[in-house]
Design a protein around this ligand. Structure first.
Ligand code: ATP
Length: 347
């Protein structure tokens, strides 16, 4: 059963020419980690705030636990939220901040402290329990806000970029902890981010949003391997999917699937001569930038070669590359939507 569901949700702000949320229907199943991913301004936060009850939709409904909660205040929704701008009580210690929501529901002191210490340990806050928020770094404050949400055993967590103030290393470990925590307690979570690595790492499913609409919702491997349209194809991936116009279609392939022809089994690939313009080394991979003119017109593409591919490639040379046929994706040039495969010469 869907624990959280939005039906045909529209949110228009005064003066906004386009709706911030434009007819979104989406559901998170029990225990699911659903990530809302999209560029700045696409409506992620508005969607989360509408689920939380902090915004009222222009039309459409929000359901939690199968009940329509549209119009109910946030406190009636059995949700816990951590937002980018989290508010801690400045005069209370870290421990007191974490236990505060438990006091409010009348939990016994011992039980409160036990839960708070468990959450603090999970988030690496054990040594900071006696400090006040002003004695903490931005990242530490964020972890306190997270701990405070975790202790409440809510039906749903709504997290809006909760790791955005953490440095890269802490962010990676906090991400692992969040995932582990979620797997342990199994609370349905909706998590907003514009960071695709975070989305791929955390999400059971990713909903990719743009301009207030969900372009695709599916498991990470699906949105990455089988993007529904060219927006998803190029928003995900680093570097993004290559797109080459061909005969009224766009032929797409990921940089890691474009390899020197020697590295693709004979007869299995579509070949193209790549005029190499630039080489970059990133995390052990070679990124080869250049142009191809084999299919359709001249187009810039990028290949991403793992360290295991040691073929010599030099700037200024033209080298024959190939993409295995099974790795090609096809899109309609006009709509950008995924379309049926077409036959390519030599493919
Ligand atoms: P970011 O990643 O930058 O936080 P987002 O995807 O969360 O962006 P939203 O904050 O949901 O995007 O904003 C969606 C759209 O709605 C934007 O065009 C934004 O300017 C607009 N918007 C958001 N809140 C308001 C408001 N209170 N009044 C008017 N317009 C708003």
């Amino acid at each position: 059963m869907a624990v959280v569901e939005v039906r045909d949700l529209v949110k228009r702000f005064d003066g906004g020419r386009v709706p911030a949320i434009d007819r979104v229907s989406l559901a998170a199943a029990a225990g699911e980690y659903l990530v809302l991913l999209g560029p700045s301004g696409c409506g992620k936060t508005t969607l989360l705030r509408t689920i939380a009850g902090l915004e009222q939709p222009t039309s459409g409904d929000v359901l939690i636990g199968g009940h329509v909660v549209t119009g109910l205040p946030p406190r009636a929704r059995q949700i816990a939220m951590v937002f980018q701008s989290y508010a801690l009580y400045p005069h209370k210690t870290v421990l007191a901040n974490i236990v505060f929501p438990l006091r409010a529901v009348g939990m016994a002191r011992e039980e409160r402290e036990r839960k708070a210490r468990w959450a603090a340990e999970l988030l690496g806050l054990e040594l900071l329990l006696d400090r006040k928020p002003r004695q903490l770094s931005g990242g530490e404050r964020q972890r306190v806000a997270l701990a405070r949400a975790l202790v409440r055993d809510p039906q749903v967590f709504l997290l809006d970029e909760p790791l955005s103030n953490l440095d890269a290393k802490l962010r990676a470990s906090a991400r692992d902890e969040l995932k582990r925590f979620q797997q342990e307690v199994g609370t349905t979570t909706i998590y907003v981010t514009h960071d695709q690595a975070e989305a791929m790492g955390l999400g059971d499913r990713i909903a990719v949003l743009n301009a207030g609409q969900v372009h695709q919702a599916g498991p990470p491997v699906e949105v990455y391997d089988d993007p529904a349209d060219t927006f998803v194809a190029t928003f995900l991936g680093s570097p993004p999917m290559n797109l080459i116009p061909h005969d009224g279609k766009l032929v797409g392939f990921r940089p890691e699937h474009l390899l020197p022809v020697e590295n693709v089994p004979a007869g299995e690939g579509v070949t193209m001569p790549l005029a190499v313009e630039r080489l970059e080394y990133l995390s052990g991979d070679r990124h080869v930038y250049g142009t191809v003119s084999r299919i359709g017109e001249r187009t810039r593409v990028v290949a991403r070669l793992p360290a295991t591919v040691d073929t010599a490639i030099a700037t200024g040379e033209t080298h024959e590359f190939a993409v295995p046929g099974a790795r090609l994706r096809f899109f309609d040039t006009q709509s950008g939507q995924r379309s049926e495969p077409v036959r390519l010469d030599g493919g």
